[in-house]
Design a protein around this ligand. Structure first.
Ligand code: PMP
Length: 305
């Protein structure tokens, strides 16, 4: 991919929108943390990224449920109910005046001291940050993405569970650096046993012998909300769909491959490590993409296309 186009893939407008910080709507420049915040010092915290369409957040309940699971795994307690966070999300959307956009819900363990002991952090910081995020270029959506397999591993069973959406994204960032250096769109992370986990910021699906397959959380996949939605849509379409361990060979020989996430939505894949994927854009991708858009319109109150 040309450098100019790659820049578009990563573009997000620089517009700052008012944010919610610990119960109050504030100017983005006031939505700041202390330099002793453990989120900043140690990546100690977690987050959610979701989209809103027609001014309605898409599957917010599931994002809040995953946020609660991450918080619980990290032993961080926040003093806000799901109802309060939902009201806060709606207030941010209204204040932003965007019809469609992206929201980051972010929790840090809060201010402590230079030591890493979390006992010194008494008050978590909770932010909601609206953005108009455009992650994927039109060309990539139309023609398919090129991926490489990263040398960075998504380790499983070695400490932090891949299901925790923590503020530590260095493995993803390093994988993305490899993709940038190789001039491709995204990188696939394997786990330490050589099984496919996910991409730097998306889950991955393949179609093999007509069945839709995706790695499990045990193999290092985040429990993606989009992934879960795709599995539900596949079942509605009577398409055989299941979690399965996959190797690079399974990706190279797939009938179809696509990646998905709240930010990126569904992206068809055309090349992996220089191997052309048999069908791009394939019929399963096209059917699921249409169903995903219809679901958004249905749940967020837009026009059916
Ligand atoms: N994996 C990783 C590492 C991610 O950061 C994301 C984006 N949140 C996903 C998968 C996709 O998850 P979701 O569909 O919930 O956005």
């Amino acid at each position: 991919m040309q450098a100019q186009e790659q820049a578009q893939v990563n573009c997000s407008t620089k517009t700052k929108y008012d944010c919610w910080k610990n119960g109050v709507l504030v100017d983005a420049d006031q939505a700041v943390v202390s330099i002793y915040d453990h989120g900043l010092l140690y990546g100690d915290g977690c987050f959610e990224g979701l989209r809103f369409y027609h001014r309605q957040p898409f599957r917010l309940d599931r994002h809040l449920a995953r946020l609660r699971r991450s918080l619980s795994a990290l032993m961080i307690t926040i003093p806000y109910s799901d109802d309060t966070l939902t009201e806060a999300v709606m207030a941010c959307i209204t204040r932003s005046d965007m019809v469609d956009g992206y929201l980051r819900i972010l929790v840090t363990r809060g201010e402590g001291d230079m030591g890493l002991n979390p006992l010194n952090c008494t008050t978590p910081e909770v932010f909601i940050i609206p953005a108009s995020l455009s992650l994927v270029s039109e060309t990539v959506c139309r023609q398919g993405a090129s991926l490489i397999t990263s040398s960075i591993k998504r380790a499983v069973g070695t400490g932090l569970d891949a299901r925790v959406k923590s503020l530590n994204y260095l493995h993803s960032i390093l994988a993305r650096v490899e993709a940038n250096t190789a001039g491709v769109d995204e990188a696939i992370l394997l786990n330490q046993f050589g099984y496919v986990a996910e991409c730097s910021a998306e889950n991955i699906f393949v179609v093999k012998a007509g069945a839709l397959l995706t790695p499990s959380a045990q193999d290092g996949a985040l429990e993606g909300i989009t992934r879960e939605t795709i599995l539900e849509l596949a079942s509605l379409q009577k398409l055989e769909a299941r979690e399965q361990s996959l190797t690079s060979y399974d990706l190279y020989t797939a009938e179809e491959c696509f990646i998905c996430g709240s930010g990126a939505r569904l992206i068809p894949v055309k090349i992996i490590d220089g191997r052309q994927i048999a069908q791009c854009l394939g019929p399963v991708y096209l059917a699921l993409s249409r169903a995903y858009q219809a679901l958004i319109d249905d749940e967020c109150g837009g026009e059916m296309s």
